[in-house]
Design a protein around this ligand. Structure first.
Ligand code: GDG
Length: 436
């Protein structure tokens, strides 16, 4: 995120899965990252200053969006049509023709920025649902280009995808790439089934013939830079933060959740499950604290503001119902915290609650496991509809809509024998380090 403080522009890496997950890769390679910086300079002079700083300090190249483009392309078509549809929230989708027009024009704006910077033999890697038309646009301009496309969110089943009025255009857009990647085998399968039933194109072992090209579709579950998290946890700064946290928490067990505040993350359902756990297990009152870190996200969209209100109210209700002068069941933070604080929380928590109703992958689940290191025995409660559940079968797997079973999973996780916790954790940690 970029903002102005005392007249000077501050540049901070953003806290979304795509940005954090690819940061290490970007730093270690000589690529150029083209993207919207999330900030609108008001003058041409400021635009140029920011552009130079992004290039020199971060190897990034900005595409500036106007206010109307932010409204119609970003908050509109990307986050109010594709995002809810691909996460199976079909009743939350708007299908607005003018937003679709902005989606097309902003995709061409990115194509133009790419043409300004691309060099012969560059490999072009297009990311995510905001740029699904871009591979085809680039292909038209540079027919011999090498293009990859990766989707960071789920690709829904054909029965859901077909709701989209512009389904053919989106599929053809992506088919401009040479290699199309998804997090899980199911998403790849859904995509191939749409290609067959909507475009009538057959596939053979994940290969599709598109004109005179062969396009390959495959599964690449995104990993984390495990070494960076493990080294971070060992640092003095993180140890000092943890000592402080332990003083406040005393002997209490810590439950942790970390998400962007998004309706796909199942936050209200999770709070209801925690409330039910406290109701069913009074012996745990005063002995457990749920630290809930919610990072503000897309707060210009009405539905996100309503969710914020709902979450605020639920937290207030639960703390009001069970809290005592010496104990608040939920410690709620609505902001982004520095990396050291985040990994300190990951390493201190006895149980992580990762219960999205739908999530492409979910990196938080992997980061938590990495930060538990060799000496902790943390338990992961994980939703079956997070992409990471396909890789982390040793976690306590739950249905995120089943509040009763989530409440019991919390109890089970807190009371499990240490050797069982350790055995599950070790297996998952090994996998995370290997597929980093
Ligand atoms: C999308 C897909 C997919 C969170 N709070 C803070 C903070 N974070 C970082 C975490 C993590 C990232 O944000 C969140 O990543 P997720 O993967 O959990 O979720 P989305 O943002 O929804 O990401 C998702 C991902 O893309 C990658 O393909 O896994 O399914 O929805 O890395 O560490 N970082 C800091 N402070 C915070 O307060 N510094």
């Amino acid at each position: 995120s970029i903002f102005k403080e005392n007249g000077k522009i501050q540049i901070n890496p953003s806290a979304g899965g795509l940005a954090t997950g690819l940061a290490s890769y970007h730093q270690e390679n000589e690529g150029l990252w083209i993207g919207w910086p999330g900030y609108n300079p008001t003058t041409d002079k400021e635009k140029n200053i920011l552009k130079n700083r992004l290039l020199n300090e971060f190897n990034c190249y900005p595409v500036y969006l106007s206010n109307i483009e932010i409204k119609k392309y970003y908050n509109g078509f990307s986050n109010n049509t594709l995002w809810p549809l691909f996460h199976y929230f079909t009743t939350r989708c708007s299908y607005d023709h003018s937003e679709w027009e902005y989606y097309q024009s902003v995709n061409s704006k990115f194509c133009k920025a790419l043409l300004e910077t691309v060099k012969p033999d560059d490999i072009i890697w297009v990311h995510d649902y905001q740029l699904m038309l871009l591979p085809e646009m680039i292909r038209k301009e540079i027919p011999e280009a090498t293009i990859g496309f990766f989707l960071h969110i789920p690709f829904p089943s054909m029965e859901v995808f077909r709701y989209l009025p512009w389904r053919n255009e989106i599929l053809n857009g992506v088919l401009g790439a040479d290699l199309i990647g998804f997090h899980t085998y199911d998403y790849s399968r859904h995509f191939l089934s749409c290609i067959l039933r909507i475009l009538g194109k057959e596939q053979n072992y994940g290969q599709i013939v598109a004109g005179d090209r062969v396009v390959k579709v495959d599964t690449f579950p995104m990993g984390i830079d495990a070494a960076r998290f493990i080294a971070g946890v060992a640092s003095e700064e993180v140890n000092a933060e943890n000592d402080n946290l332990m003083k406040t928490m005393k002997e209490n067990k810590i439950i942790l959740s970390v998400d962007r505040l998004d309706f796909t993350k199942g936050i209200p359902e999770r709070l209801q499950a925690f409330e039910l756990f406290l109701e069913n297990h009074p012996d745990w009152h005063g002995k457990v604290t749920y630290i809930m870190l919610c990072v503000p996200s897309r707060d210009k969209i009405q539905q996100y503001r309503m969710l914020k209100k709902e979450v605020d109210e639920l937290v207030g209700k639960i703390n009001g119902r069970f809290g005592t002068p010496g104990w608040s069941p939920i410690l709620y933070m609505y902001r982004s915290v520095p990396f050291t604080t985040l990994i300190g929380l990951y390493s201190s928590a006895d149980l992580a609650l990762v219960t999205p109703v739908r999530d492409g992958m979910n990196l938080v689940s992997k980061e938590y496991l990495a930060c538990q290191g060799q000496h902790k025995n943390g338990v992961l409660v994980l939703s079956e509809t997070a992409g990471s559940a396909a890789e982390l079968g040793e976690a306590i797997i739950v249905n995120p809509n089943n509040v009763n079973s989530m409440a019991e999973a919390i109890y089970q996780g807190l009371t499990m024998p240490e050797e069982d916790k350790k055995a599950a954790l070790k297996l998952m940690q090994k996998r995370i380090k290997r597929y980093n």
